[in-house]
Every structure is written in structure tokens, then in C-alpha cells.
Design a protein around this ligand. Sequence first.
Ligand code: GMT
Length: 376
Amino acid sequence: MGRLKIGITCYPTYGGSGVVGTELGKHLAARGHQVHFITYDVPFRLAGYRENIFFHEVEVPTYPLFLYPPYLLALANKLAEVARYEGLDVLHAHYAIPHAASAYLAREMLGGGRPRVLTTLHGTDITLVGSQPSFADIVAFSINRSDGVTAVSEALRRQTLETFAVEKDIHVIYNFVDPDEFRRRPDQALLNRFAPGGERVLIHVSNFRPTKRVDRVVEIFARVARRVPAVLLMVGDGPDLGLARRLGHEHGLAERLFFLGKQDQVVPLLSIADVLLLPSAHESFGLVALEAMACEVPVVASRLGGLPELVADGQCGYLVPQDDLEAMAERAVALLQDADLRRSMGRAGRQRAVEHFNAERVVAQYEDLYRSLVDA
Ligand code: GMT
């Protein structure tokens, strides 16, 4: 079969699921498929004109009756419209809530079981959010009515089966990275800007939601900073940003903490980093850890969720029980004090990223799955 027409719906703002959906679309388009993004805003990593990529904006009318604008319906309507007029083969919903339900509705509106609906589960759509009683039944329903389902790690696949009565096979397709884009490109001027005295550089990148435990990031850094001259780059924004700032002040670390806000380009920052801290309370995969590994940054992270499938413990970083802040600090210090260890773990991380989580390899898995759904 030749080129496919694929509709992708995802969250267009910051967040791993939106990044995966967008990067997947870009790679598919580069392979000659026609890709239609259908969402409420242009995905943030989709800048500029690209051959084979189209964007369809979902508008949700306001009305005084609508305390909650019905996005699910407006999205379903738009998905059906685009699928009908563009002749889509597949609707790929990234993050079950509400995208999988909207895609299901769109397919039913059109009749005939086309386009095929593929749902990719990303994590909190199953764990923190999807398992809540307000959503659980519709999440299970949407999964069971999808034509295909993927999860971003074996851990998430297992958790989905434990949480919901799922009748579908769930394929594990990991997050991926483009190793040409994500590679270490050290910039001495940038390093001097943050670490003028030759301090070691730690980095944390997230959406600063409670599950990212930015309080732990600062607590770990406080322990590290007592032993090693170091600075911490905090990249991203979200509800717990203020908490992190306050803790930094309380520890007398304001001068050594840099809050950089949301950044489209993280490669320059990862390229001057010595260690990535990711002490999350949930992490179905941990895309940022993969991006760090591709940039030769050793990872110190919680041993939970999908992280053990990504970070080979003791080879490309360290996995530590999530509440053991002292152990995380010790691991970070060990790396910061030993340039050879850092270099060898960094290289091992890059090698692992290239071998197992390379965009070429993973996008081909999605492509094969699309083809099997279309042919069924
Ligand atoms: O981390 C977040 O809260 C954002 C969330 C999302 O859906 O945007 O990320 C989830 O999906 C990413 C891409 O598949 C995964 O790499 C993250 O591990 C996952 N986050 C959690 O499970 C908390």
C-alpha cells in the first residue's frame, strides 16, 4: 500500500503526548504520507510550512448555557468533516481523554467502520486522570471501541489492563527521539552564562505539575549543592513553579536556581547539563529522560512506571525509589564528581537512545500498525 492519509488529534500545548503526536506527524509526512492535525491550536512543535502537513482548527462556540464548552463534540464534528472530505484512512488519537471518544464518535457518524481509529495511551489518561470515577467508564469504552490501541511502555500497558476491563490487544510503541536533532552541541558562552565559576549543571524539564514533584527536585539539589558547586536549570512552567521558587529561597539557593520558563529548544540547555533530575511520582515513559539521554546527559530518576524500560540503571543513569531523596542526591553527586563516569554514562545513554528509541525505528512501527488496521 502506498501513502496513507492520517488524521492526528493531540493536545497542541506543552506536554509529552502532544510532542509525540506532533513529531510522529512530521516524520510520517517526511515519509510521504499525508498528515492532518485536527486540534484547537497549531501544535507548538509544528512551526512553519511543511510538505504533506495540514492543520484544521477545532472551534468551540461559546453560549451562555455552556459553563463547560463541549470540546469533545466540536472535535468529533471536525474529525468527521476532515475524514469525510480528505478521505482519511486512520484517525490517531493521542491521549484518550477526550480524543479517543471524539474519534469513536466521528467514525460512527461516518458509518462503515472507516476511518480506522487508533488510540495511543500516554499515561495520566490511564493513571491519575483516566482512573477517576468521572472518566473511568468512558475511557474503558473508548479503548474497547478503538480499532487499535497502543501504550507508550509495557508498564502502562499492564496498568491499563489492571485498571480497566479491556478486551483489546494493546501494542507497546515507545516514545522516540530524532537523534540528529537531539545530540549534544555544547555552547561555552551559554555554559558561562549559567555557570561562570565552572559549577556543575543540573537540569529539570517538565510541566511543573504535582506529579513531576518539583519540590523534590529542589530538595535534591539543596543536598547536592552542599557537596558540589552546582547550579540548577528549571525548564518549563506549571502550577508548582511557585512552590519550587519558594523552596529555593528557603534553602538560600535563589542565586543558583535558574527558572527559564517554557522553552521550545531544549537541546542547547541539555547540551550544557551534567545530570537530569526526574523524581516524578508517575511517569509512564519519561520522554524528557530520552531527550536527555540522546544529548548524553545521565539521568537520575524515580524507579517507577516506564522509566526502567528506558533508563538502564547503572549504565545511562540511576533509578532510585521515588521517596529516597538522599539516595538521589548521592547518585547525582557521584556523577558530578566523576567526569569519566559522567562521560561513559552519557555515551551509553546516547547509544541506547539511538539503538532502541530512534524515530526511524519507532515511526515504522506506527506505520506498520496503521497498515494492518487499514487492511483489516
Ligand atoms: O508528563 C505529563 O504529565 C504530560 C503527559 C502528556 O500526556 O502530555 O506525559 C505523558 O506522556 C508522555 C508521552 O508519551 C510520557 O513520556 C510521560 O511519561 C507521560 N507522563 C506521565 O505519565 C506522568
